[in-house]
Design a protein around this ligand. Sequence first.
Ligand code: SF4
Length: 708
Amino acid sequence: MTTTPSTCCYCGVGCGVLIHSDGARITGVEGDPAHPANHGRLCTKGLALADSCASLSGRALHPELRLTRDAARRRVDWNDALDTVAERLAGVIRRHGPDAVAVYASGQLLTEDYYLFNKLTKGLIGTNNIDTNSRLCMSSAVSGYKLALGADGPPTCYQDLELADCVLLAGSNTAYAHPVLFRRLEAAKAARPDTKWIVVDPRRTDTAALADLHLQIQPGSDVALFNGMLHHLIWEGLIDESYIAAHTEGFDALKRLLRDYSPRQAAGLCGIAEADLTTAAEWFGRSPASLSLYCMGLNQSSHGTAKNLALINLHLAAGQIGRPGAGPFSLTGQPNAMGGREVGGMATMLAAHRDIANPQHRAEVAAHWGVPPERLSDRPGLPAIALFDALKAGQVKAVWIVCTNPAHSLPDLEQARQALAQAEFVIVQDAYADTDTAACADALLPAASWGEKEGAVTNSERRISRVRAAVPPPGEARADGWIAAEVGRRLERLLYPDAPSLFQNSEPGAVFAEHAALTAGRDLDISGLSHARLERDGPQQWPFPAGAAAGQARRYEDGRFPTASGRALFHATPYRPPADAVNAHYPFRLLTGRLRDQWHGMSRSGRVARLFSHAPEPTLDMHPADAARRGLKAGELVRVENRRGGLVLPLALSEELPGGSVFAAMHWSGQHLDSGGVNQACSPAVDPQSFQPELKHAAVRVERAELP
Ligand code: SF4
C-alpha cells in the first residue's frame, strides 16, 4: 500500500488529498492535513474520489477512429490514431490555412498539458484558435481584473476568509460550489460572531440562509446594486479619499455616473428594500476589512465584466484592497482554470499574461519556443461561442476537444450539436467515452484521468500544487500531455520537417520548467518554482520569482498596480438588463446552477451512487405561488422551453426562489435525459469584453408536459 499526496480534481478550492493505493487501484482518498487550502477537510465530492476512480464505467480505454461520417468508430492502435490525427490536421492546414483548425480544451487539464496544447496550437499550427471551457467560467473575472487592476488574478488569499470583518458573497452559492471554503467561513464566523455576511443572490440558497443580510435582487441587477452601494458610501463620506487620490484614476467620471444610482433608484432596479441596500453599504464601508467572494452569478452574464468592475469599484473607493482580510476575490470554478490562463491557453492571450496584439510579446514567446516570430499569429483567436459558430459556418474545419463536453456545457445546445455535425474532423480526447461530445468524435483518444498522471494545478488563491499519479491509467489511456506531444511531433514532421522539434521533452517536470522560465519578469513570475521545489516545500502561491524564499500571499499591498500609470482604474459601469427579456410568451426567468454533490456533466461524480442521495433526479424548481397560479403540482412533469429548445422535468416547489423565476441544475445532459440538458434553452449572448456567455439567465415558458 502506498500513499500519494495530490490535489482534488474538482473545484478551484484546490484541496490537498492523500491517495491510498495498492499500486494498481486507488483504495481510499482522505484530506491532506498539511495542505494550506483545506487543512485535511474534504467535501462530499472529494471524499468520494476513490469510488469514482474505482469505476471503469464509461472510461475510454482504446483509441478509436472512423473513416467516414456514416461509419462506426473502430478500435485502432495508438500509432494509427496519432498518425491519422496529425495527417488530417496537416491536410486541413494545407488546404485552408492554420485558422481552419481549433482546439477546445478545459480548466480541468493540468498546467503542463495546457502548456503543450497552447504551444502546439500557437507555436506549431500558427493559429490563436485555442479556447477552453474556462471561457464559460472565469473570463469575466479575468476581464475585470485586467481592466481595473492591470493584471489577471485575485489580489487576495484564503487567510483573508478568517481576517475579514465583512464578507460580501455575490453570485456565489459557496456552500455548494466551494464547500471547504464555506466551512472555513463558518469557522471564522463562529470564532468572530460580529463578522457580517451579506449574500447577494436571487435565490435563497444554503449560503444565503446563513447570511446576516440576504439581498434577493432581481436576476442580473448586480451592477445597479454595487453602483447604489457606492453612491451611498460617497454620500455618507465612507470612501477612502486618500487611497483614491494616491492609487487610482477615473473616480470623477464614475462619480458622475453614480448620480443616477441613488440608493432608492438602485434598490428599485434590484427589487429590494432601500434600507437593505444602505445597510449593506454601511457594513461594507465601515468594516475594518471587507472581502468580496464572487463566482458564476457575476461571471456568466452578458454584462459579466461590468458586474466585476462595479464590484471592484467599491473596493477601490473604500480602500478595501491590498490589506489582510480585504479585497475582491473571484472563486475559480474549475481546478486549473487559473493554470490555463498562466500558460496563455486561451484565444485572447499569450503565455504569462502577454498580449497577442503586442509584437514584443509575440517575439518573446516565439524566441522561447524557438520558432520564427511570424509563426505566432497576430489575429485574435476565436473564443468559445464564436469558435463553435465558425465550426458550424464551415470556417473552422477541424476541432480537437480535450477533457470537456461542449455538447452539454455550451449554451443553445442545438447550435453546438449542429457545429459538431458540420465539422470535417472532430477529435475528442477524454477519459470518458460516453459523453454527449464523445458521441460526435471521428477520432477518440483515451486520456488518463485524475490519480493517473503527473503535473500541477493553480487554485483560486494563486497557489500551485502538485497533482500526482498513484496508479497507472487503465487500458491504453495515456496522459493528455503525452498525447499532445505525440501528435505535435508527427504534425511538425509533416509541416516543418527540417525544423527542430518543439516537443523534445514532454516529461511534466521539464514542461513545468519551460513554462516557469517564460514567466520570468512578468507579474505572475514563477521562475523560482519547479516540480522539485514543490516536492520539497509543498504548494506555493505566485508570484514566486527566482531567489524568493516564499510566494506572495496578497498583491498590491504597496498600492502599485501593473497598469501604465501604476494606478488602479475606476470604470463607470451603467446597469443593463440581461439579454433575454421576459415577455408574455416567455414569462419566467430560467436560472441555472450547481448542486452540492455533483460536478459539471457528472462524467465522474455521476458514477457514485451516494452522490445522488442529496438530489436523486433533475427538477425544475418553481415558487409555490407561481405553481398554484398555473395549476401545477409538485412532481408533475413540466416542459420548460423557449425558441432555442427545451426539456421535460419533474416540478419541485421551492420557496428559495423569487416569484417569476425557475431554477434547474446544469448537471444532467443528453447522456441522462432524452431531451438533453438545460443548456438547450440557455442564451448564447456573450459579454462584449470577456466573450463569456449568459448561462445564468434565459426567458422561458413552463407548461404541463403533454405525455404521449
Ligand atoms: Fe474537491 Fe472542491 Fe470539495 Fe475541495 S471543496 S474537496 S477541491 S470539490
